[in-house]
Write a protein of this length. Structure first.
Length: 103
């Protein structure tokens, strides 16, 4: 995986409530930017600002399609980052241990 980005900053962006709200909208596929503006009641600039680091490193992408801007999340790239993160491994290990104690 490309390591020219700050992994912690990507994870912080993903789990920031403002950004995660946008990512949740993109979970089942790309959305028109105008749809996100209407749904989230924030401006195009605010959406781009919230997603700026993810856009810069292609975790989220914008493309024009018939004069519409479609915003998509690279779910595979985001999932791979989370799966490879040591902190999440530790959480998973801790949950597995806790589960074994409870059962």
């Amino acid at each position: 995986m490309d390591s020219t980005y700050n992994k912690e900053k990507i994870l912080d962006s993903m789990f920031n409530p403002d950004t995660s709200e946008i990512l949740a909208e993109l979970e089942d596929g790309g959305k028109e930017l105008s749809y996100l503006v209407d749904k989230l009641q924030i401006s195009e600039n605010e959406i781009r600002e919230r997603l700026s680091y993810l856009l810069e490193h292609s975790f989220v992408n914008e493309k024009k399609n018939d004069n519409k801007i479609i915003v998509t999340a690279d779910a595979e790239k985001l999932a791979k980052l989370v799966e490879e993160d040591k902190n999440f491994e530790d959480v998973e290990d801790g949950l597995a241990k806790m589960d074994s104690y409870l059962n």
